[in-house]
Design a protein around this ligand. Structure first.
Ligand code: MV4
Length: 450
């Protein structure tokens, strides 16, 4: 097994990866910016190397600084976590060139999935359902007009370098196509230095359902069921659960098989997530594939009692996943993201010092966080400060447990999303399980009475 792993990340995920390494007897190297000098991942690491000032660009995104830290400490592998360099094909390649195992897929796979139009074409060829639209990139406005006429309005123009909603335009009628084309292309060019566009029929009131896959280096690919991430705001997930309240056994089976076909088609390696749009008629379509461990991997861990980071490390070392047979779990897990944001002021970031921090506990209540009493949330990084995950034998029981756990969660000194999640757990529509990605657009964000 690897002897030493460098964790090229910070916050809760750095701590999460470190915990598994320790349990596996693997020594850990933390890298940190000067803003994170007093953080828990630095304190608990076997070795820690400062890689720069608070700005991400000069620290957690600096490939030169991270590779230098890896060389100095003599690590066998680098775990990138999520965000930062996790889906950077060049970084995966540089690690390989330095004889350091990148815990994730090879550069070519990351690169291919990062180009959304190419990824979609590859999936279509592999027999994975895709949304009707253009084959490959659009050559001109005229080309877009022709394809839109065939699939029918409304249509979505999407940037091939996009994902997460940037460079995306909804076009309701032919009259709006030219304006949408021009503005999406300009936005994509400025944001990504790539203005390639493709077009799809717009799926109305969809859900976001994704499948966890794991692939080893020997051509074995398995899936670990779905996560429903329909509750999002401006493409930021706030709640994730498994199983999805709407999937039938038959659709779950088909979606799992499609995700495995997707992984096979690209010779995938490591843990990955295949995202699908799920429409109101029960059809599903490939959206994109994330080539990293995701924030919400914990939901899958809780329903299967299975350590996904451990599995990532094992397959990265070359251990096969053969002999594993997954039966559907009987548990229901829900995760809420605890962000340092004011939910009653447009989710505005609320950095600062946490005066008092108390985590909930009890049976099947998990809190993944790097925060503690006296910790200061830096304005330089993501506002997610932790995740609260509960599981039970039914969705209703999981909601009841989540409500109870949220009542025990105390964070003083900064604003957090906790009061919003408390409201959400009481919401009739949320409890019914019948909602789509527009759910939060209609949500009543009136602050609760104290
Ligand atoms: C769509 C769609 C409807 N129809 N594609 C949003 C980000 C990017 N990953 C793709 N997205 C969407 N693609 C078609 N053909 C609706 C969305 C979408 C969305 C998807 C998942 C979760 C939340 C969303 C919020 C708005 C739009």
């Amino acid at each position: 097994m690897f002897k030493k792993i460098l964790i090229a990340n910070r916050g809760e995920i750095a701590l999460r990866i470190q915990r598994t390494c320790r349990e596996m007897g693997i020594s850990t190297v933390a890298v940190y910016s000067t803003a994170d000098r007093d953080s828990l991942p630095v304190r608990f690491a076997d070795e820690a190397v400062c890689i720069g000032p608070p700005s991400s660009k000069e620290s957690y995104l600096s490939m030169a600084n991270i590779i230098a830290a890896a060389e100095i400490t003599g690590v066998d592998a680098i775990h990138p976590g999520y965000g930062f360099l996790a889906e950077n094909a060049e970084f995966s390649q540089i690690c390989a060139d330095h004889g350091i195992k990148f815990i994730g897929p090879p550069a070519e796979v990351i690169h291919m999935m990062g180009d959304k139009s190419t990824a979609k074409d590859t999936m279509k060829k592999a027999g994975v359902p895709v949304v009707p639209g253009s084959d490959g990139l659009l050559e001109s406005l005229e080309h877009a007009r022709k394809v839109a006429k065939v699939v029918g309005y409304p249509v979505l123009l999407k940037a091939t370098a996009g994902g997460g909603g940037k460079g995306m335009r909804l076009v309701k009628t032919e009259a709006g196509l030219e304006a949408g084309w021009n503005s999406a292309r300009t936005e994509a060019g400025a944001a990504f230095g790539n203005n390639g566009m493709y077009l799809e029929k717009f799926i109305e009131e969809p859900r976001h359902i994704e499948i966890q896959v794991i692939s080893d280096q020997h051509g074995n690919h398995i899936h670990m069921s779905e996560r429903d991430c329909t509750i999002q705001r401006r493409h930021q997930k706030l709640v994730e659960e498994s199983p999805s309240p709407v999937l039938t056994k038959a659709t779950r089976k088909k979606m799992g098989a499609a995700a495995v076909a997707a992984a096979k088609a690209v010779n995938y390696e490591g843990a990955g997530t295949v995202e699908f749009l799920y429409d109101k008629h029960g059809n599903f379509f490939f959206m994109e594939m994330n080539t990293r461990i995701q924030v919400e991997h914990t939901v899958t861990e809780e329903i299967f009692d299975y350590d996904l980071i451990k599995e990532q490390i094992k397959v990265a070392y070359g251990i096969p996943i053969l002999g594993i047979d997954y039966y559907p779990s009987e548990r229901h897990a829900i995760e809420v993201r605890i962000n340092a944001e004011d939910p009653y002021n447009d989710f505005r970031p609320s950095p600062g010092k946490i005066q008092y921090f108390h985590k909930p506990g009890g049976h099947k209540v998990r809190v993944d966080t790097h925060a503690f009493s006296g910790y200061t949330i830096s304005p330089h990084y993501d506002s997610m400060i932790g995740k609260l995950i509960v599981s039970a034998m039914s969705r209703d029981e999981a909601i009841a447990k989540m409500e109870r756990a949220l009542e025990e969660f105390i964070v003083e000194g900064i604003k957090t999303t906790i009061p919003f999640h408390k409201q959400l757990m009481k919401d009739a529509r949320f409890r019914s399980g019948k909602f789509d990605t527009g759910f939060l657009e209609d949500f009543d964000f009136t602050p609760p009475e104290e």
